[in-house]
Design a protein around this ligand. Structure first.
Ligand code: KG4
Ligand code: ZN
Length: 425
């Protein structure tokens, strides 16, 4: 009698394990050491391979973000005005174990599977984890290796599958539906996403336009041929002595100038003063280029320096404004051109630069204008990353991994590698 109860309890437990996926995700591709725990129903408990269309059509309950810990190296790199790869990898080595431990502790998996009063030991933190996911590239080799080797060791220690994830794919998944635990309830971070959609990924290392046909199916339409958009923001900030990372600072100064323009008519005429080039804006492709724009800013700064001394605060504000307008114009023009050609159901804006208020506002306005001009069936949605998920984080890596797992994919630490130049398609 007692024996049969134990067998029943064990089978319930195994059944439960089959139904639940709990992913420990790790991201260290650049200068953020990040770990997260994601859980979701195992829609594919029979471990069969499904094509991505089936994933989309089956009514998947969205995965839940149980923890999302990020340790930023910003202060460290601010001293040098940019990421020094060697310094970044050393900082990852110091932070990785505390960050992974915190992500596991916050997810409270081991407490959930134990009697409440029983004290949870450090060694039990991995209990309940069914998969380990990690960024395999693109990124800085020394940085990628730290997260990758940690993930590999953890997968080995528990005989768990190791799922390698492309960093750009992670950024795209930062805007896919996920639930997050708020203080009292579980709430949806971003609304459901319809396919096909078009992803504009803009970060410090990447700028690309990707057509996402369905879950896990990508076609790169274009990318930067030189600097990334975020890199251009950072370099402009450096030229103007605004500190690192430059994106938020450039954006802040640009907003000040924009607000002045709105409030004082006299400043309006000055807007015509500086107009930077919009590289490749009229080229009939979906590639980007930001190095010429950065050089135009440098030329303007040198011109001001030749005439007087360093640029004044208001001159800096105007330069930031003109630069941001040019960058946003190119990014949104090319994205909308791709939208007109491929007719996606929505546009995803992802990556660190997706935090830029002006870019969000302009893309939204252009989508609304487009929607007002097209037939109902062509109208598009606008998808943004969940709160705090524009920049590098591990929750986005775990979300992408979740869809790979329910598509029936697995991964073995023995034959998984990093690739600093890993491409999405
Ligand atoms: O995605 P991310 O965290 O790292 C990479 O994968 O590169 O992106 C970081 C980039 C940096 O270049 C930073 O300056 C930029 O995103 N960024 C911004 C803003 N916030 C971050 N750029 C413009 N406006 C912002 N508000
Ligand atoms: Zn990134």
């Amino acid at each position: 009698m007692f024996g049969s109860w134990i067998i029943w309890a064990l089978s319930v437990n195994i059944d439960q394990m089959k139904k639940e996926i709990k992913i420990l995700a790790i991201e260290t591709s650049c200068d953020e050491t990040a770990a997260a725990v994601i859980c979701g129903a195992n829609e594919n408990s029979k471990s069969e391979c499904r094509n991505p269309k089936q994933i989309q059509n089956s009514n998947i309950q969205c995965p839940k973000i149980l923890s999302n810990i990020i340790s930023s190296q910003v202060d460290l790199h601010a001293k040098t005005g940019g990421v020094v790869p060697e310094v970044a990898s050393r900082a990852h080595v110091e932070a990785i174990i505390p960050v992974v431990t915190e992500a596991l502790q916050q997810a409270k998996l081991s407490q959930k599977s134990k009697v409440k009063s029983q004290k949870c030991k450090e060694g039990d933190l991995l209990e309940g984890i069914t998969h380990v996911a990690v960024t395999a590239g693109p990124g800085l080799v020394g940085s990628l290796l730290v997260g990758f080797n940690t993930a590999k060791a953890l997968a080995y220690s528990r005989n768990l599958p190791l799922i390698p994830i492309n960093h750009i794919e992670g950024h795209i998944y930062s805007a896919m539906p996920a639930r997050a635990e708020s203080q009292k309830s579980v709430k949806l971070r971003v609304p459901g996403v319809e396919f096909p959609n078009l992803a504009l990924t803009v970060s410090g290392g990447h700028t690309s336009l990707t057509l996402v046909g369905e879950h896990l199916k990508y076609k790169t339409l274009g990318q930067t041929i030189d600097d990334a958009a975020g890199e251009a923001f950072d370099k402009v900030a450096k030229l103007l002595d605004l500190g690192y990372p430059g994106g938020p600072e450039v954006s802040k100064l640009a907003s000040k100038f924009r607000n002045k323009v709105k409030s004082q008519k006299s400043v309006k005429s000055k807007v015509q003063g500086i107009k930077f080039p919009r590289p490749l804006i009229n080229k009939p492709n979906f590639n980007f280029s930001f190095s010429g724009l950065k050089t135009a800013v440098l030329t303007e700064v040198l011109r001001l320096k030749a005439n007087s001394s360093n640029p004044t605060v208001s001159q800096k504000e105007e330069i930031c404004f003109a630069f941001e307008e040019a960058a946003v114009d190119v990014l949104t023009t090319k994205t909308m051109r791709a939208a007109r050609e491929f007719r996606p159901k929505g546009i995803i804006l992802a990556g660190g630069v997706a935090a830029n208020g002006r870019l969000r506002e302009e893309l939204k306005a252009r989508i609304e204008k487009y929607n007002s001009e097209v037939e109902e069936k062509y109208k598009m949605n606008f998808y943004l990353p969940g709160p705090g998920m524009s920049g590098d984080n591990a929750a986005m890596i775990g979300l992408a991994a979740y869809y790979h797992i329910i598509a029936g994919e697995s991964g073995d630490w023995r034959d998984t590698r990093i690739d600093a130049n890993l491409s999405l398609v």
